[in-house]
Design a protein around this ligand. Structure first.
Ligand code: SF4
Length: 417
């Protein structure tokens, strides 16, 4: 079986502070919070549809939004997308994703080059041989002219074949040849590092570059970023490419991103989920935020601790309550934040199914409710700061608990002036 060595965990060195890159109204890297990104799946040439999805993603928490720019029609739509967002009051940074013809589109449509806040360049998709360097340089010239940062985004599915071929040839004559998997990962990293060096050689300032090395297998992706983080000082955009659909994509992305983020590697993240038919594109944004929050890296909305339920919870009351309260907290957050309740996003809320772990877990949260399991006294116990403060009947439990929540927020979180 092909394996890849990720090194002993104890050998991992936490990443040093990176450079910081300004993208429109925000900074990425250094001490700045790990930023959440996403990408649209609309036709970029359809301004209304693209604007609507950008707003949906941004409202869900995407701090930058990327879209493909693959032809002149799309390139000409970009300025309209920016203007429409500005008119509607959305200052979200926009990133253009270019492959094959980015050098032409950015030159031919200056309004596109100007309206974008960052250009994503895939070094594997900018042409071959001499053209590769000419096209790469041409995009970078535009970036310099318009004072825009770039992301050098290597993807193993479109890896620069000249880098891979050379490494494979060198490996053949090596005394200690690497495995095919190790060569592939090393080639991804090498392509990124060479591209960064070339960009700097062509006059791009080091603090105008963000880098990614996306791979669709967790262990290889983690290894690539680990190696990359030791070789460059630019901020890294993390992503497990083609993560997959549903729980598979969520689990794989969470595993990959967590391994890196806990070592201080990663300055922006994206979760590349395949949306299930009819689901919201914003799902990938929610997963990003949940990963950051689960790791205590950033907090966005109070978390609900709820048990899975079991044979002791005989009705769906408990599940409905856990779901309803999660939605309620999401809905209330903008108002609580707007009112200046500092730190409310870190509040821990528990919704538990029975007496076995209910009181204990509820006491450990700031505020919690423990419902009665089958055969128990039919009272729902409400706890605040480790003490029981009420016992209410099941039919009014949700409403009563929300009243306690509101009161808890206003009395426990100071208002920022
Ligand atoms: S707390 Fe009670 S209902 Fe929830 S999983 Fe544990 S035993 Fe089951």
């Amino acid at each position: 079986m092909a394996t890849i060595s990720m090194g002993k965990e104890s050998e991992w060195v936490p990443r040093k502070k990176t450079l910081q890159v300004r993208v429109r109204n925000m900074h990425i890297g250094s001490e700045h919070p790990v930023a959440v990104q996403s990408m649209t799946n609309t036709d970029t040439g359809d301004v209304n549809a693209t604007v609507a999805q950008i707003i949906e993603l941004h409202k869900a928490g995407s701090e930058l939004v990327r879209f493909t720019v693959q032809n002149l029609r799309m390139a000409r739509a970009v300025a309209d997308i920016r203007k429409t967002l500005d008119d509607l009051g959305y200052d979200v940074p926009l990133v253009g994703d270019f492959h094959y013809n980015g050098h032409q589109l950015l030159r031919e449509v200056p309004s596109c080059a100007d309206a974008l806040d960052k250009y994503r360049i895939n070094p594997g998709n900018v042409g071959f041989g001499e053209k590769h360097d000419d096209n790469f340089k041409s995009i970078l010239e535009v970036a310099k002219d318009h004072d825009k940062p770039v992301r050098i985004g290597v993807n193993w599915g479109s890896l620069d074949q000249s880098v891979l071929t050379k490494m494979m040839d060198d490996n053949k004559s090596s005394k200690n040849p690497m495995s095919a998997d190790d060569i592939m990962v090393s080639a991804v990293v090498e392509s990124a590092v060479q591209s960064v060096n070339k960009a700097i050689e062509y006059g791009v300032e080091p603090n105008k570059i963000i880098v990614s090395t996306k791979i669709s297998e967790v262990s290889k992706m983690v290894k690539a970023y680990q190696m990359l983080s030791e070789r460059i000082e630019q901020p890294l955009h993390l992503g497990l490419t083609e993560a997959g659909i549903g729980s598979k994509g969520v689990a794989a992305s969470s595993a990959a991103l967590s391994l890196l983020l806990t070592k201080g590697i990663g300055d922006t993240i994206r979760v590349s989920l395949t949306p299930t038919p009819g689901s919201s594109r914003a799902e990938e944004v929610k997963v990003c935020r949940q990963i950051l929050q689960a790791l205590d890296i950033r907090h966005f909305v109070p978390l609900v601790t709820s048990c899975p339920g079991c044979g002791r919870t005989t009705s769906t009351t408990f599940q409905e309550m856990a779901e309803d309260l999660s939605s309620y907290l999401q809905e209330r957050m903008p108002e609580w934040k707007g009112a200046g309740y500092a730190g409310v996003e870190e509040m821990k809320v528990a919704v538990m199914g029975c007496v076995v772990n209910g009181p204990g877990e509820s006491k450990m949260a700031q505020i919690g409710i423990s419902l009665p399991g089958s055969g128990e006294n039919p009272s729902c116990l409400i706890y605040e700061d480790g003490k029981q403060v009420a016992a209410v009947k099941a039919d009014v439990a949700r409403a009563e608990f929300k009243k306690h929540l509101e009161n808890y927020v206003t009395t426990h979180y100071s208002k920022k002036k």
